[in-house]
Design a protein around this ligand. Structure first.
Ligand SMILES: Cc1cc2nc3c(=O)[nH]c(=O)nc-3n(C[C@H](O)[C@H](O)[C@H](O)COP(=O)(O)O)c2cc1C
Length: 185
């Protein structure tokens, strides 16, 4: 079974990201076609990048980096659940990406974004960032509106059509994730 990490990109108290990620995890798990793992940045206590050696060397000084590396390395693909903060991704997510290098490479990624306008600008930035660490990003993505997919901007009530879109994204993700397996050896 391929292993897919669902990465919760926001860490702030009261975040909407956790409910979105749990929804992704629940629907994805029902498919029965991969092992979907929820990876919450909060659980890794990463803070700002504090490694002295560049990540490409894979020489990590800190326990939090080693734990994060051990969580990302065995995965075949990623789903990034990200809000839009000031037209981009949260700083915590950018740091989490910067901590590693080879662990990310030659895998596929898909996106579930949310924000006032569906968080689509964060997805654009994330595609660009991930291309630098050699991640292939699939076309289909889920864009959720904090105005219409949440009640009072906080209670997650996704419109039914998002489920179909999520499944399309996961179809593309698993296809590319397995196609890239030959590069990963
Ligand atoms: C610092 C900050 C900046 C934000 N900037 C944007 C933005 O540029 N565009 C947008 O659509 N929503 C923006 N929002 C609204 C968030 O997308 C929305 O509050 C979302 O729920 C935040 O994700 P979280 O609850 O998981 O932290 C911003 C929210 C925060 C906290």
């Amino acid at each position: 079974m391929p292993k897919v990490g669902i990465i919760v990109g926001s860490t702030r108290p009261g975040r909407n990201g956790e409910a979105v990620a749990r929804w992704v995890h629940e629907l994805a798990t029902k498919r029965g076609d991969a092992e979907y793992r929820l990876l919450d940045l909060r659980d890794f206590d990463l803070r700002h990048l504090d490694e002295q050696t560049p990540a490409a060397a894979g020489v990590y000084q800190h326990e939090h980096t080693k734990r994060w590396s051990a969580a990302i390395a065995p995965l075949d693909a990623y789903v990034f659940v990200t809000p839009e903060y000031n037209h981009s991704i949260p700083g915590a997510l950018k740091d989490a990406i910067d901590f590693l290098y080879n662990e990310w490479a030659d895998k596929a990624a898909g996106f579930v974004s949310y924000g006032v306008d569906g968080g689509v600008r964060s997805v654009g930035h994330l595609r660009d960032i991930l291309s630098t660490v050699q991640v292939a990003t699939v076309q289909a993505y889920v864009a959720l509106s904090v105005a219409t997919d949440f009640e009072n901007f906080t209670d997650f009530r996704p419109a039914p059509q998002h489920e179909e879109r999520l499944n399309l994204m996961l179809d593309q993700l698993l296809a590319w994730g397995s196609a890239l397996q030959s590069l990963r050896g």
